[in-house]
Design a protein around this ligand. Sequence first.
Ligand code: P1T
Length: 391
Amino acid sequence: MNEGQRLDTLCIHAGQEPDPISGAVMTPIVLASTFVQDGPGAHKGYDYSRAGNPTRSALEGCLAALEGAKHGVAFGSGCAATSAILLSLAPGDHVLCGDDVYGGTFRIFDKVMKPWGLASTSLDFADLAKVEAAIRPSTKMIWLETPSNPMLKIFDIAAIAAIAKKAGAMFVVDNTFATPMLQRPLDLGATVAVHSTTKYLNGHSDVVGGAVLTNDDAIAERLHFLQKSVGGVPSPFDCYMVLRGLKTLGVRMRQHVASARTLAEHLSRHPQVERVFYPGLPSHPGHDVAARQMKGPGGMISFELAGGLAASTAFLKALRVFACAESLGGVESLAEHPAIMTHASLDPEARRALGIGDGLLRLSVGLEDVADLRDDLDRGFTAASSALKSR
Ligand code: P1T
């Protein structure tokens, strides 16, 4: 249907035909929980909304097209999508997982799947020899985020895909931070791309959702089965909202990247900043891999503020344009403290090993005027230095 079309066109049209009854250009929100059958089993493709829903199908089609996938399976949150993928494994299986992932993803591995019998090893995928050495006969999956949350680590998707293929393991890339506008993991050899659609894909901080995209027919069938059986489905209204948000994904991402580049450079020159983690800076260890596998380094920045907790608390409290809040990827800018907020579920030792300390702050750079965002950061720096002087 949309073959050969480019991403900006797919964002607006993929999966979405004008409504055959009314001609409505926008996808109808089909709220029905059930669908009439001419006789038992004789229906028009939908029988019950947990199993399938036309608004959800449109979203799944659009997301699949954007990731270059044959299949899309939508969920009620990114965590529901993650859980469904892991449930497609069996107790006794082993997963190699990136050491730097969203705290809630780590919590699923550690507090939900481990008691169920799924073993996992966390490691830094930058050292490919270590990745190969960590593979066990029971390793059925490699899971990573790139760029990762919150340290913005970059991993070489094509190189890790080759290791996964050799091991016969499914390779899952959480593509939430990059979005398909900037990076398409399946093109680079990943088996599955997973998203929290809560973030850039919806883009307006008013939906919680998730999705899994793959070209593998058997995995897609299993995920559709788990979607229907475990039941972590998104509402038709939320599917519509994500479809609506997706229409502007391309323009939004270009501006997120442009503003994040400006702010990352500003931060890297600031005397109160000890280190900036942004893949667009030449000093970032993953800069070259990012330049190769991404179309832009993204809209997320983390940085280490001098002065520890007193400074970072004062910094966050002083901001007026950035909101101090969890999440990311919306039109509005957000700032947060990973150790206390998004990554509190990691034990302090693991946090320290990753560099998630008291001075680490994470920014989701929104679409406000970048000069206002820069002024806001400077407001934070002034407050941080006053807090340190008054101690
Ligand atoms: O929040 P939810 O839609 O369930 O998505 C979970 C999730 C999965 N993957 C990544 C990379 C994520 O960042 C998230 C959620 N992250 C945040 C809420 C956050 O502030 O980092």
